[in-house]
Unconditional design. Structure first.
Length: 446
């Protein structure tokens, strides 16, 4: 259920994880986020002046969202309540809000902290609104997902959003040094570890303080303790940091950020960047079929008829991914990404579709011109269905002066081919057709 914590207890048990034992209790102990907490920065001023209103902390895991919320509660002498989306139903939330209102009547503040607020459904989020509005609670939400998509608009509009960043390598190294010397960390032991090893742990953590501290703790616990202390060897450390944990949520914003990076790198013909972003997705466990589908889209949207082979090659790769799957199809996907990156680019096909769609939506439902309607019955023929139809195959140029566009849209041009790659041939053909119509359509009218 909901967990209510006292932030003024010094009960740090050695059985709890290192990250929890040495959790900072004041702003001056907090590591990183200087763009928010540096001297004169807005969030620091809000906290120090006790002007905290409802907040949303948006950032990747392990950058201090929970710690910062606890520091705010301690600094403002507020009751701190940590809610879980799994165990916090509407009934439980309303009961907790009533208790917060009672505390407010006695001049006490209540901070409701919601970790992973994006996991709360709309009804759960709506339950907080009245109490945020009347000042019964200060709500602090933490999320790894874009709050624009995951937090109700009404709640979001009543909160200040602060973006927390991945920690710098040097910040994490300093944090590890603190953990080694901290009385609730390993201050009672002699830890022999090099600066190079600390840097390796920090880089492995990829900006995540919790991950770095967990790695250090594992290294200490798995090293032999002698009279001289605990020596953490390079071999022991390598067993713990052989693979970096990649930030990638297949259902979240980072998923879309990285597929966007792949798409835009290929569009920019930056083949090396495209291979890198593809590899990020594959190493993070992305479905190769999803990637292949996006490559199929790219082949028509950004290359089109500048290189018609792009679509067929990408289709072949899509089929290969379906046949053999990962890990074997990684090479096929890389081949497609290289081809698409280096192919000539044209968005003429994509633009044609957008412009035509715009006309379809904005114009009335234009009737099909009579001359190009089918006339399978006598009644249709009597109504002039198919009258004056011209069969292009009977003409030497395979062209006719017959109009096939609705009269109100006559003269509209959607496909505007470029000079890129093979599309130049399509442009030459289209220019010839336009010139032919300009000559013979006028004659036909005369």
């Amino acid at each position: 259920m909901m967990k209510q914590e006292s932030l003024f207890s010094e009960d740090n048990k050695k059985s709890t994880p290192l990250a929890s034992r040495i959790r900072p209790k004041a702003l001056d102990e907090f590591v990183g986020q200087q763009h928010l907490l540096g001297s004169g920065k807005v969030l620091r001023d809000i906290i120090e002046n006790d002007q905290v209103s409802s907040l949303i902390f948006w950032g990747p895991p392990g950058v201090g969202k929970t710690t910062l919320a606890e520091i705010i509660a301690r600094k403002t002498e507020s009751t701190f309540i940590n809610l879980s989306a799994v165990n916090s139903g509407i009934k439980e939330i309303k009961q907790m809000m009533k208790e917060a209102e009672s505390r407010r009547d006695f001049g006490e503040k209540t901070i409701i902290f919601i970790d992973e607020i994006h996991r709360f459904n709309k009804a759960q989020q709506d339950a907080f609104l009245p109490y945020v509005e009347n000042g019964s609670i200060i709500l602090i939400g933490a999320t790894t997902e874009n709050p624009s998509f995951e937090v109700n608009a009404a709640l979001l509009s009543r909160s200040k959003v602060f973006v927390l960043k991945l920690l710098e390598t040097e910040d994490i190294v300093n944090l590890l040094k603190t953990a080694i010397a901290h009385p609730d960390g390993f201050g009672d032991k002699k830890i022999d570890i090099t600066k190079q090893a600390l840097t390796a742990i920090a880089k492995f953590a990829n900006g995540d303080a919790r991950s770095a501290l967990n790695t250090l703790e594992m290294a200490v616990l798995n090293s032999e303790e002698t009279a001289e202390g605990i020596a953490i060897t390079e071999d022991q450390l390598q067993q713990l940091i052989t693979r970096t944990s990649l930030l990638y949520d297949k259902n979240g914003e980072e998923h879309y950020n990285i597929i966007s990076a792949l798409h835009k790198s290929m569009r920019n013909s930056d083949v090396d960047a495209a291979i890198y972003w593809l590899s990020r997705m594959l190493e993070s466990g992305e479905d190769p079929i999803y990637i292949a589908r996006r490559l199929l889209r790219f082949a028509s949207e950004d290359i089109g008829l500048a290189d018609a082979r792009a679509l067929s090659i990408t289709t072949d790769v899509f089929q290969a991914c379906r046949f053999i799957g990962m890990p074997e199809c990684d090479v096929h996907l890389t081949e497609a990404v290289i081809y698409l990156s280096l192919a000539p680019k044209s968005n003429a096909v994509y633009t044609a579709r957008l412009q035509a769609r715009k006309d379809v939506k904005e114009s009335i439902n234009e009737p099909v011109p009579l001359q190009i309607r089918n006339a399978p019955t006598n009644l249709m023929k009597e109504l002039d269905y198919g009258k004056d139809y011209q069969y292009s195959h009977q003409q030497e140029e395979k062209l006719t002066t017959m109009k096939t566009m609705p009269p109100s849209l006559e003269g509209r041009e959607y496909y505007l081919p470029t000079d890129q790659g093979h599309e130049k041939k399509f442009k030459e053909r289209l220019d010839y057709i336009k010139a032919w119509h300009q000559e013979y359509d006028n004659k036909d009218r005369d």
